[in-house]
Design a protein around this ligand. Structure first.
Ligand SMILES: [Zn+2]
Length: 306
């Protein structure tokens, strides 16, 4: 297989990962340090477009012009998940191409009113492109309806927000779930080595090593939280943030709080930690990609069960 991807390419210019697997980074209102979302055009003359992400008309035109120049026909628009830095250009591309939008039913549910999904995609579905063998993987964790797409012939994974080429993956409960996330990462280790196209940032060539590093990173966080609780418990999530995330400015503490909460809820599921409210609904409200009201710290506290 010819390696076409050039690490020193001009930033945000379209590039090819493998013949017929092209990435068009589009400017989006995403989370810093990322500024762009990778839109993927997959196929030959007939192509599937994954995450036409940009809500900005100039970027939507850039994508359409690229598709026209390459003489590709869009036969379907696939969404990895519902966040607006992934779906911003979906309606415009549907209008321009007539192609249907497909996503997991849980993504359709989240998009209710913002964007209509034409058809459902499920775990195990296959893309109907002649020269490619594309498998749909349901990979919840970052979002309940999150999908990744595995091209088996080339061993390329279109990972959406499962892995970050740049920045970090936010797990904000209840849409985010740490146990599901670790399970989704672990499943990918069972298959062959992968090259990963993340939603943001450059291609990752050593897929398995990166997946292992991601799992190890989250396990370390978990151990760090357990060690902190041993010293000071009970504790609310926000009380643990300055020690878990000393490098994170206070502006981002509400987001960091949600990550700590995600870890704590997983530890509750594991039976290692208990909640002062005895369980039930996820406390507080989501922060990530959410416009819902003022954030207030979670008042539920957590302690070790042993
Ligand atoms: Zn996302």
């Amino acid at each position: 297989m010819t390696e076409i991807h050039q690490p020193d390419r001009a930033p945000h210019q379209p590039f090819s990962v493998s013949p017929g697997i092209d990435v068009i980074p589009l400017r989006t209102p995403t989370l810093p340090p990322a500024t762009h979302t990778n839109c993927i055009v997959l196929g030959g003359r007939q192509s599937i477009v994954v995450d036409p992400a940009s809500p900005y008309p100039d970027e939507q035109d850039r994508l359409l012009n690229w598709i026209r120049e390459q003489q590709r026909e869009v036969i379907a628009i696939w969404l990895t998940h519902h966040h607006y830095d992934h779906i911003g250009g979906a309606e415009a591309l549907r209008k321009a191409s007539g192609a249907p939008i497909l996503a997991h039913p849980l993504t359709s549910q989240q998009l209710d009113g913002d964007l209509t999904v034409d058809e459902a995609l499920y775990q195990g579905d296959r893309g109907n492109l002649e020269e490619f063998d594309i498998e749909v993987l349901h990979t919840p964790g970052h979002a309940r309806g999150h999908l990744a797409f595995l091209e088996r012939n080339c061993g390329v994974l279109i990972a959406g927000d499962l892995i970050a080429g740049q920045g970090t993956i936010v797990i904000d409960p209840p849409e985010g779930n740490m146990a599901d996330y670790l399970h989704s990462l672990g499943r990918l280790l069972l298959g062959p080595q992968l090259r990963i196209i993340p939603a943001h940032g450059p291609i990752i060539d050593d897929g398995h090593q990166t997946l292992l590093a991601y799992i190890a990173h989250r396990k370390n966080r978990e151990e760090q939280i357990i060690a902190l609780l041993e010293q000071r418990q009970p504790a609310t999530p926000i009380e643990l943030v300055p020690e878990i995330y000393p490098e994170v400015p206070s502006l981002f503490h509400p987001l960091a709080e949600r990550q700590v909460l995600a870890h704590l809820l997983k530890l509750v599921e594991d039976g290692l930690v208990s909640r002062s409210d005895g369980g039930g609904q996820v406390p507080g409200r989501p922060v990530y990609m959410s416009s819902g009201g003022q954030n207030r710290p979670v008042l539920v506290s957590f302690r070790l069960t042993r």
